[in-house]
Design a protein around this ligand. Structure first.
Ligand code: FES
Length: 222
């Protein structure tokens, strides 16, 4: 091969290479989403679990002192402030969650299984104190703690509780959902009305004879 023909061969090789690079790039660009689809490199999204970065966080506050909830059915209202990650100038949005701490006449297993999903371990698992969010799981009204069940019958749609539930109840003025805070199997059980589930609960611990709430069950209204 003379000098001229070997130059031609080299040039052809070079041109092939120059053409092959963008073609290979374009093929890789097309194949990438397909490979990503077949083998995702992000964890599967679980609709039922809150994701840690999106979970609202609150500052621990004292909901009540033990002396304020000395007797069965004593209660205390409080307001818990949560910060939600948001694209606001401050980087977060705050929301107030009204709550109620209740002294029950007996100990129950607290419905705190949700805590593990946000990386927390409930410090109190069984207690005669329970702390509920007051946001009604139906459409988000603020329900009331009603110490006298007769007031529930008179003022919340005529619901008459059976003898074993004739004690303090929780009742929503909007569409008359009634809850039993002391149900042994499902604390906050829906007794009447359209609510789809019991109110959400708070994590709490006892510090220096005070009930300190540290987190609230995540999720939407219902
Ligand atoms: S918002 Fe409470 S019952 Fe509808």
């Amino acid at each position: 091969m003379n000098e001229a023909s070997s130059t031609r061969v080299r040039r052809r090789g070079f041109l092939k290479l120059v053409t092959a690079v963008p073609v290979a790039g374009a093929l890789a660009a097309l194949a990438s989403p397909l490979l990503r689809l077949l083998k995702p490199n992000v964890p599967k999204f679980d609709l039922l679990r809150p994701t840690a970065p999106d979970t609202a966080r609150g500052e621990a506050i004292v909901a009540a002192s033990l002396s304020e909830l000395r007797n069965p059915w004593d209660f205390k209202y409080f307001v818990f402030t949560q910060r939600y990650p948001q694209y606001t100038p401050q980087g977060f949005k705050t929301a107030s969650v009204p709550g109620v701490a209740v002294r029950l006449p007996y100990k129950i297993r607290l419905p705190l299984d949700w805590a593990q999903a946000i990386g927390k371990e409930p410090p109190v698992r069984e207690s005669d104190i329970i702390v509920f969010s007051r946001i009604c799981p139906h459409l988000g009204c603020i329900y009331n703690y009603v110490p006298n069940y007769r007031e529930v019958t008179a003022g919340y749609g005529g619901y008459v509780p059976p003898p074993q539930r004739q004690h303090a109840l929780m009742a929503c003025p909007c569409h008359l959902s009634i809850y039993d805070p002391a149900d042994r199997d499902v604390p906050g059980r829906v007794l009447s009305g359209p609510a789809p589930r019991p109110p959400r609960t708070f994590l709490f611990e006892i510090r220096n004879a005070e009930i300190v709430v540290t987190d609230v069950e995540p999720g939407g209204i219902a």
